[in-house]
Design a protein around this ligand. Structure first.
Ligand code: FE
Length: 226
């Protein structure tokens, strides 16, 4: 009996700690959105291609670009970085990035001694205002379990080579608290402006499954892009 009561208490704690309003609300919302979308397209009010473009913007551009601007500013302005590490909500809101799923954020700084990596072991909690929507792999059961049991193995698969001096610290996001990684500023960027710096900050580098790009990587990307 005692064991059972303890289990129940633990279970309750876990649920309370990781409260998912999105879990129960989403299916119904998704259905409504789909119905509305069909209706609008049918009536000719919206172009499905434009909708795809909008969704693509949120998934791949708007979100992570916001986070990249926050990181670039932290790299360039020591006072802003201190504020960001002390009170991420206020420092991020000051740049105009607020909204759902971003009410309580914590920023964890990578250093030569520590590499931080973020996961949501129970589902997909993620700081939307700065990163947009989570990528598919972030929501996958494999990432959610292995990020905790074998973080170095996961990092290797993402192609991340840590310094021998670096320990890995894994942060479990919840609905109440969502983490953002402040990657290390790459060498060879002294004197760079914030816009230029922001281009080195990838989405994955702010989850901790990548490092920030090097100036050389950026040159490669530009050549590929034409
Ligand atoms: Fe979650």
């Amino acid at each position: 009996m005692t064991a059972n009561s303890d289990d129940d208490v633990l279970k309750d704690d876990a649920v309370a700690h990781h409260d998912h309003d999105e879990g129960s609300a989403l299916p119904e919302v998704a259905l409504r959105v789909r119905a509305l979308e069909s209706l609008l397209v049918e009536k000719g009010y919206v172009d499905p291609a434009a909708l795809d473009e909008l969704i693509d913007a949120y998934e791949t551009r708007v979100g992570p670009r916001n986070g990249a601007r926050v990181i670039a500013r932290a790299w360039a302005e020591p006072e802003y970085k201190a504020w960001l590490l002390e009170d991420a909500d206020a420092a991020i809101a000051a740049m105009g990035f607020t909204g759902r799923q971003g009410e309580h954020m914590l920023v964890k700084e990578n250093t030569p001694k520590v590499h931080n990596m973020v996961v949501c072991t129970l589902c997909s909690c993620y700081p939307w205002p700065v990163l947009g929507l989570p990528p598919v792999w972030y929501k996958s059961p494999a990432y959610r379990s292995r990020a905790v049991s074998d973080p170095r193995g996961v990092l290797e698969e993402f192609g991340v080579t840590l310094l021998p001096s670096q320990a890995v610290r894994v942060w479990d996001s919840t609905a109440e608290l969502r983490y953002l990684v402040l990657p290390m500023r790459p060498e060879g960027t002294e004197g760079w402006g914030q816009e230029e710096l922001a281009r080195l900050v990838t989405r994955n580098s702010m989850i901790g499954t990548a490092l920030a790009l090097n100036p050389a990587d950026l040159a490669g990307t530009e050549q590929e892009g034409g």
